[in-house]
Design a protein around this ligand. Structure first.
Ligand SMILES: Nc1ncnc2c1ncn2[C@@H]1O[C@H](COP(=O)(O)OP(=O)(O)OP(=O)(O)O)[C@@H](O)[C@H]1O
Ligand SMILES: [Mg+2]
Length: 249
């Protein structure tokens, strides 16, 4: 089944939010999806899922699963992590949420994945992790190029890389246009595709506090389906279509 890593070396760009929503979107299609939170300092998606499990207890709704085993920073973490991915991939799709800085689980996550998804905010600061003005690869790109090489050496399929612009403003700005232009150039150099974007919407934060995702927003009696939630859900659908997950790799 598909193994998808949500990665960036930049913090706070929306990795956990996206990872949770990819898992929720797969589950809404009745697919089994396991979310593995490797951010051992924050564990923000794991904490969200725990709260979600409590919040939805007894309701006839799919609860996103998370592996029972905790990943520590000990020497066996990598082996345990790889076993965890393998076991989860037997049961369905796997979504790995990485921290906002390099971690020892980044390399195995990238090597084991068929797809890497990177949210970025429309800012040159964010773009620097991908590549600089003169086309030098940034730290995230270096890691992805290495993972592609390891996969090629192991005879594995090429790693697909998709950038999702997140927290987009609906207002026109020259900066956003310039960032898009640089992103398009980097996409050609480093072979990634630019997926559909997600607009900045407060509904992401409101739902989080309720233990819910956009996929529940229309069905939950306690949450009014606002126009914003409907629009956000359609953007998320476009992101999922763009990922074009094959049912089997
Ligand atoms: N499209 C969006 N609209 C509004 N708020 C958003 C959106 N995406 C993410 N956020 C908010 O941005 C903040 C950072 O998001 P998130 O925790 O998902 O990022 P992260 O990349 O996982 O961060 P970290 O690197 O710390 O793990 C959160 O407050 C989240 O609710
Ligand atoms: Mg996070």
């Amino acid at each position: 089944m598909a193994i998808i890593t949500v990665a960036s070396i930049k913090g706070g760009v929306g990795k956990s939010t996206l990872a949770i929503h990819i898992a929720a979107a797969l589950q809404s299609q009745r697919l089994n999806a396991t979310l593995i939170d490797t951010d051992i300092d924050q564990l923000s998606s794991q904490r969200f899922l725990n709260w979600r499990t409590t919040r939805l207890n007894g309701a006839a709704k799919a609860v996103l699963s998370l592996p029972e085993i905790e990943i520590d920073s000990g020497t066996h973490a990598r082996i345990r992590f790889e076993n965890m991915i393998r076991d989860a991939a037997r049961a369905g799709d796997v979504i790995i949420d990485l921290p906002g800085s390099r971690s020892q689980l980044m390399e195995p996550a990238l090597v084991r994945s068929q797809i890497v998804v990177t949210p970025i905010n429309e800012s040159f600061v964010d773009l620097d992790v991908i590549g600089s003005r003169d086309g030098t690869p940034g730290p995230l790109t270096e890691s992805i190029l290495q993972a592609r090489q390891v996969r090629a050496d192991q005879g594995l399929r090429p790693l697909r890389w998709t950038i999702i612009r997140n927290r987009l403003s609906t207002l026109y700005s020259r900066n956003a246009e310039a960032v898009d232009e640089r992103l398009r150039r980097l996409a050609e150099t480093f072979d990634f595709d630019i997926g559909p974007g997600l607009t900045e919407r407060v509904v992401f934060r409101e739902l989080h506090d309720e233990g819910l995702t956009l996929l529940d927003a229309m069905n939950d009696d306690n949450v009014r389906p606002t126009l914003s939630a409907v629009a956000a859900r359609s953007e998320l659908r476009a992101v999922m279509e763009n990922l074009a997950l094959p049912s089997r790799f």
